[in-house]
Design a protein around this ligand. Structure first.
Ligand SMILES: O=C(O)CCC(=O)C(=O)O
Length: 360
């Protein structure tokens, strides 16, 4: 397998087209081994009403007591769950709805238009239907669109869809707002590690961070019990802000060896810690496995904005968090090197960050 693949190992088939043509079966390429199928739970059951923490960010500006209590909730979520939802986060709910609906419209454009943006594994930018380049791999039940927002040197409107006409404008605004929100969360995460508020952002490369968007489209699936919309993985980047579908649940987060289906709160973002923050925090914060299930009567759209460190600087546990009792758990690696793994092999649970751990 080359480290610089130029093309996919086999012709790309759009899952949306497969979904439209199959009535009660799905092609073998999408059938997961029994241990990976949605119904497979292990360990004890946490109950159907279990959910990731929901944290209200409103009202913290002028109230130090409320602020301290919210920050503690965030600390607990980052160390115990790796996931939480935020409400009253300051992003206009209309913009959130508009962003999701604009992308939904994109996926409902005629196939010839979407195909003009077909991506390749060289940069992944554009319209895609698989992660990883292993020939014959079992595939996930989803299509996606991937694009860069930052750094500006990678942002290229020509690689964003031209249709629907508002797409570029809406995502420009959406990206700007979410980068601001990520900056705010980074400060909280830094303070919660007992560090000055800018230290985590500085370890990301300061202003030179990367931000990209993956819009996931999960078509209806006649046999949802046999497949996954997205296989289990932890996010390779820094932090993810996910705008889930407001009508259709699907995201599952691993907790105590079981899978919790996230119930999205109205106009919430789902925040999760990625591998780079797990590494920088010397594993105080957890990057947690998650996956997506699909269903037979509703399509689903989600927008994952990935906030990543500058891609060519070494990422390693921050020196303030390394002590004799808690030596550095990971060797330095740039994000460019790190993300090759998922780009070549596709989503594989937490195998990458686990395999990095230095022997102690
Ligand atoms: O669709 C979702 O809810 C989750 C998407 C996701 O995990 C991802 O894009 O990495």
């Amino acid at each position: 397998m080359s480290n610089n693949p130029q093309d996919w190992p086999e012709p790309i088939i759009r899952v949306q087209s497969v979904s439209e043509s199959c009535v009660d079966g799905i092609p073998g390429r999408y059938i997961k081994p029994p241990s990976d199928r949605p119904s497979t739970g292990t360990g004890f059951t946490l109950g159907d009403d279990a959910n990731i923490p929901i944290i209200d960010l409103g009202g913290t500006e002028h109230d130090p007591v409320a602020r301290a209590s919210k920050y503690r909730e965030i600390l607990q979520a980052c160390t115990e769950w790796g996931f939480f939802q935020i409400v009253n986060h300051g992003v206009d709910p209309d913009l959130m709805d508009k962003a999701r609906e604009t992308w939904r419209q994109f996926f409902h454009l005629p196939m010839e238009l979407k195909q003009q943006h077909a991506n390749s594994p060289k940069t992944y930018e554009g319209y895609g239907s698989r992660l990883g380049i292993e020939k014959g791999a079992i595939l996930d039940w989803s299509d996606y669109y991937f694009l860069h927002y930052l750094p500006l040197s990678l942002k290229d409107h020509n690689k964003w869809p031209a249709q629907p006409p508002s797409c570029r404008e809406v995502f420009d605004e959406y990206g700007r707002e979410l980068v601001k929100l990520c900056g705010r969360l980074m400060k909280i995460l830094s303070l919660n590690l007992g560090l000055e508020e800018d230290l985590l952002q500085n370890a990301f490369g300061g202003e030179d961070i990367g931000t990209c968007l993956r819009v996931n489209f999960y078509p209806k699936c006649p046999r949802p019990e046999l497949t996954l919309g997205l296989s289990s993985h932890s996010d390779p980047g820094g932090m993810t802000l996910l705008l889930p579908d407001d009508q259709v649940p699907g995201l599952q987060v691993r907790k105590c060896n079981n899978w919790i289906t996230v119930k999205p709160a109205t106009h919430a973002f789902i925040v999760n810690i990625g591998d780079q923050i797990q590494v920088l925090s010397n594993a105080i914060y957890k990057s947690v496995e998650h996956r997506v299930i699909v269903n037979s009567d509703k399509e689903r759209v989600s927008l994952a904005l990935f906030y990543n460190p500058k891609s060519n600087i070494p990422i390693e546990p921050m020196k303030e968090l390394v002590t004799q009792e808690r030596p550095a758990l990971y060797p330095p690696m740039t994000f460019d090197e790190y993300r090759l793994y998922i780009r070549l092999k596709g989503p594989r649970g937490k195998s990458q960050v686990e395999s990095l751990k230095s022997p102690r």
